[in-house]
Design a protein around this ligand. Structure first.
Ligand SMILES: Nc1ncnc2c1ncn2[C@@H]1O[C@H](COP(=O)(O)OP(=O)(O)O)[C@@H](O)[C@H]1O
Ligand SMILES: [Mg+2]
Length: 261
């Protein structure tokens, strides 16, 4: 029988983001996949810059790594779209490293959205088939690292309840000061994957699809995830007017372009 590789199976692990293999992001691919967070000239990047500033204000001056989940009540609400765009927007101004972890083990899409083609991912690490340094990528020219996943429909709950998930989180918590970590998660109602992971994070952002998500969904999601901290909600795919506190409408004409596809 082959001997187990200790880098893959035992003891505490380290993750040196600076030493991960480098990957280049192709602007044309990003544009095609609506990943606009890097491009300040694109008005669609503005909501992500606003989100970035709100998040940075919320995180305050504490310099320990912050682990933030992005989830939704129902599927296809835009979690991965928002995770990828927010990560890029954060990376443009970050003082530390931004780490984007695809933890949607059944339907991970971050690698595809960013045009990366990793051979292994988080699922391989969790199942003991890859070492941590074998699954990560560093993005050329940006303080951004990605832990992609290779999605499969099976056994995610077992993997998230397992010892390697604790090792992954410890290695992430041991990152240098000012590291911001975004976890792209599955939807809450689909299975218990999101609940299993969120309880280990510092908080989560709830993505609300303006046409699909009902008030009751949001209330149920918040109570299912309690006592985890909801850092905020993002209303996605909203196309109506925006009113200020005096009742003046900014109007779809002025603002809808920020939400155009
Ligand atoms: N605000 C938006 N504008 C344009 N396209 C969007 C928006 N939100 C989501 N999408 C698209 O909708 C699809 C589903 O979004 P995705 O982020 O994959 O959902 P989830 O990760 O919640 O399942 C993707 O093709 C994504 O690019
Ligand atoms: Mg997704």
């Amino acid at each position: 029988m082959a001997e187990a590789d200790p880098a893959r199976t035992a003891g505490p692990m380290t993750l040196d983001l600076a030493r991960l293999p480098e990957a280049e992001l192709e602007r044309s691919w990003l544009a095609e996949h609506k990943i606009v967070g890097l491009n300040s000239g694109d008005s669609r990047s503005r909501p992500f810059n606003l989100m970035r500033t709100s998040l940075m204000n919320l995180l305050g001056s504490d310099e320990t790594p912050r682990l933030i989940g992005i989830t939704s009540a129902t599927p296809a609400a835009g979690k991965s779209y928002i995770s990828a765009n927010l990560a890029l927007s954060l990376a443009k101004v970050a003082e530390g490293i931004v780490l984007l972890v695809d933890l949607d083990l059944r339907r991970g899409s971050i690698a595809t959205e960013l045009g990366l083609a990793p051979t292994r991912g988080v699922r391989d690490f969790l199942s003991g088939d890859a070492a941590l340094h074998e699954i990560g990528l560093r993005v050329e020219g940006l303080p951004l690292a990605i832990l992609p996943t290779n999605a499969e429909p099976l056994e995610s709950a077992e993997l998230l309840a397992g010892e390697n998930f604790s090792r992954l989180l410890s290695a992430i918590r041991a990152q240098p000061a000012k590291t911001v970590v975004l976890f792209d998660l599955p939807p809450i109602f689909a299975n218990d994957d999101a609940m299993l992971s969120i309880k280990h994070l510092d908080g989560y952002i709830l993505v609300v699809d303006s046409s699909e998500t009902r008030k009751a969904h949001v209330e149920d999601a918040l109570s299912m995830l309690a006592p985890a901290v909801c850092l905020g909600t993002v209303l996605n795919r909203y196309r109506g007017p925006i009113f200020d506190k005096y009742g003046y409408g900014y109007g779809a004409g002025a603002y809808s372009k920020y939400y155009d596809t």
